[in-house]
Design a binder for this molecule. Structure first.
Ligand SMILES: Nc1nc2c(c(=O)[nH]1)N[C@H]1C(S)=C(S)[C@@H](COP(=O)(O)OP(=O)(O)OC[C@H]3O[C@@H](n4cnc5c(=O)[nH]c(N)nc54)[C@H](O)[C@@H]3O)O[C@H]1N2
Ligand SMILES: Nc1nc2c(c(=O)[nH]1)N[C@H]1C(S)=C(S)[C@@H](COP(=O)(O)OP(=O)(O)OC[C@H]3O[C@@H](n4cnc5c(=O)[nH]c(N)nc54)[C@H](O)[C@@H]3O)O[C@H]1N2
Ligand code: SF4
Ligand SMILES: [Mo]
Length: 580
């Protein structure tokens, strides 16, 4: 029996058994508990790119590598861009950094994902740690806040069974249907919901004075800040029944509570303030550093681990990359023509760039625009290591079979280093062991991150004076556009643009559309046509198009969040036009 870890960008980082050319969930793994999701279940059946392509023609791998070398040699290094996505979350996927940094390429910084929220957490706590699942299991109340756990984090479900469940989400998701209380808020109103909760909690004297005294800073400013909002304005911005807010608080009061916060709350310019405010609410109620309590977002998976790869010097923010500015663009593990905001601009940039290399597993919108396509190896065909942003287990990823096709990131880097006379790489195992030894410890036949030996933030926060810093101001200009909010979240059968993608736009019943009709959806940034599916799970002010749907990012803004240099996919409103 051969064991490895799922490579996909997902909270769960499942332990996987590879046997008789099939993938199965590992029953012995304390978190995975024996099942996989539809994405990994379909992994081996997904047609992958078998041979390199140059200008659309199949060529041999040797020829493809020669072309790559020639192109790198004839490009001015400052006119080259190395662009990496999260198609494979293994740490060794970063090894090409060693070559491209020596070569002099520009890299990206910031995030298409969780960066705004992460920035807000770091402001208050100093570092972004998630909660070990064992702590979540000890809680009495679980608040699922802007995270669609049935879809994106399904292995957590057994750990929250039979607990009091509160869901804060503009969509009536599967988990919302099963909850004790679903607060179906207006999209983009989480900040105000959290302020309103803090306001009521303050009025009812629910604060944890000992925590505030001993472990925090700026409490008085926080109180002033929370009281500075006119009550009426708060109610209007949230669009919810204030009784629901009070009910939620009464359920949390005096009980061990965890908040499982997802990226849904922060796909906005002010995303950092949202997380900072949710954290401040939890801190006020003393929910940090105690058993069975805390706020768990997408944690910094590398926290405490050595990074054997260089931190690049020349970088540009990822959500606003202008591919057209570069003569050579090397894209690895990503599908920017579909997944980056403002597709029209991204596609025009890729068309303008003199030479685009796509290094990936599957054909998609980006590979179709590439001059050179280099197939990658699957996670079974190379050696790696997986850390998780949702739990404390460290996943080994040994090489389990010889490649059917493609080249690994390690082998490609090794080849380029040699060609350019940049010296030899260490063995792949060297980097993996270096990372592993820096912060992993044995836990039966698995490994755990040492950063979670104690309850997160039990001993200290990671700020300068080791205290939690309450928020005392926010910048939010609001969204002054007219139309429907665009919700664009994850789909059960795809992992962003990999596997079986959704194709439709989901529209509430009040818009006058019927199933199967065509709709042209228009925003300030672009327009695209979709088939309609009427969805009663939506509020009347929002439509939903899943991540990975072809065309969704024609509608989204190429802007940066105020902190974290993150994409702000949902900072937009859209109009619906009937196509007759
Ligand atoms: N099956 C599957 N799993 C995945 C992925 C996938 O594509 N498919 N992607 C992976 C990746 S890259 C990531 S980052 C994670 C993310 O996974 P999640 O954190 O779950 O993120 P989303 O699915 O984007 O959105 C979660 C929820 O936020 C809600 N939401 C939208 N707007 C708002 C808002 O303004 N306020 C509130 N409170 N809620 C809002 C949506 O309705 C949705 O239910 O999932 C990972 N797991
Ligand atoms: N509208 C909208 N847009 C979004 C989001 C959203 O919720 N809504 N979510 C955002 C988020 S959270 C994220 S994380 C990004 C993700 O966006 P991307 O990072 O672009 O991720 P994917 O779409 O999954 O594309 C990954 C590609 O990686 C390649 N790949 C897979 N495994 C390997 C490998 O081992 N090696 C190599 N070289 N390639 C491999 C596959 O060919 C696949 O096409 O998208 C963002 N875009
Ligand atoms: S749930 Fe996530 S980690 Fe587990 S198999 Fe599916 S994609 Fe991989
Ligand atoms: Mo993500």
């Amino acid at each position: 029996m051969k064991k490895t870890t799922c490579p996909l960008d997902c909270y769960d980082a499942c332990s996987v058994i590879y046997e008789e050319e099939r993938l199965k969930g590992d029953k012995e793994h304390p978190f995975t508990q024996g099942f996989l999701c539809p994405n990994l279940n379909g992994y081996l059946k997904t047609p992958r790119i078998q041979k390199p392509l140059f200008k659309g023609q199949e060529i041999e791998m040797d020829a493809a590598l020669d072309i790559l070398v020639q192109q790198l040699e004839c490009t001015k290094e400052q006119a080259s861009l190395y662009f990496k996505g999260s198609g494979n979350f293994g740490r060794m996927q970063d090894i090409p950094t060693l070559f491209f940094e020596k070569y002099g390429a520009t890299f990206t910084r910031g995030s298409l994902c969780d960066g705004a929220g992460d920035a807000g957490i770091v402001e208050g706590r100093g570092a972004n740690l998630s909660l070990p699942v064992e702590e979540i299991a000890k809680s009495e109340v679980v608040v699922v806040w802007g995270r669609n756990i049935e879809t994106s984090n399904s292995h957590i479900l057994p750990f929250i069974k039979d607990k009091i469940l509160i869901v804060i989400d503009p969509v009536e998701t599967q988990i919302a249907k099963k909850s004790d209380l679903h607060i179906q808020i207006k999209p983009r109103s989480d900040l105000f919901v959290a302020v309103l909760m803090a306001r009521f909690a303050y009025i009812d004297m629910m604060e944890d004075e000992e925590f505030i005294q001993e472990r925090s800073e700026e409490w008085d400013y926080f109180v002033d800040f929370v009281r500075s909002f006119p009550m009426k304005k708060l109610m209007r911005r949230c669009g919810v029944d204030p009784n629901d807010i009070i009910t939620a608080l009464l359920l949390i009061q005096g009980r061990k509570s965890v908040f499982l916060v997802g990226v849904g709350v922060q796909k906005y310019a002010h995303g950092h303030s949202v997380l900072r405010m949710i954290d401040s609410l939890a801190a006020m109620m003393g929910l940090f550093g105690k058993e069975g309590c805390g706020v768990s977002y997408l944690g910094n998976s590398g926290f405490g681990f050595d990074n054997p790869f260089i931190k690049p010097k020349k970088t540009v923010p990822i959500p606003t990359v202008d591919f057209g500015k570069y003569d050579l663009v090397f894209i690895q593990g990503s599908n920017p023509a579909n997944q980056m905001p403002r597709s029209e601009k991204v596609i025009a940039g890729l068309q303008k760039s003199a030479f685009v290399v796509y290094f990936g597993l599957y054909e998609n919108e980006t590979s179709a625009l590439a001059d050179l396509v280099i197939p990658a190896c699957t996670f079974l065909e190379k050696e790696d290591l997986r850390l998780s942003y949702g739990h404390a287990y460290v996943g080994a990823m040994p090489k389990l079979k010889e490649p059917d096709s493609g080249i690994s990131e390690y082998d490609l880097t090794s080849f380029l280093m040699e060609k350019f006379g940049y010296g030899q790489l260490e063995e792949a195992a060297y980097y993996i062991q270096k990372m592993m030894h820096s912060n992993a410890k044995d836990a039966g036949s698995y490994k755990l991150s040492k950063s979670y030996d104690t309850v997160p933030y039990h001993d200290k926060f990671y700020t300068d004076d080791e205290k939690f810093i309450f928020v005392d101001e926010i910048d939010d200009e609001g969204l002054r556009e007219r139309g429907y909010h665009l919700i664009t979240s994850k789909n059960k059968h795809s992992l962003n643009s990999q596997f079986k993608r959704a194709t439709k736009a989901y529209i509430p019943h009040n818009c006058g559309f019927e199933n199967g009709e065509r709709v042209r959806i228009v925003s300030k940034y672009g327009a695209f046509e979709f088939e309609v599916e009427v969805d009663d799970a939506l509020r009347e002010d929002s439509i939903l198009i899943y991540s990975g749907t072809h065309g969704v990012n024609y509608l989204t803004p190429d802007k940066l969040s105020e902190e974290g240099e993150s994409a702000v996919f949902q900072d937009v409103k859209v109009q619906l036009e009937k196509i007759v």
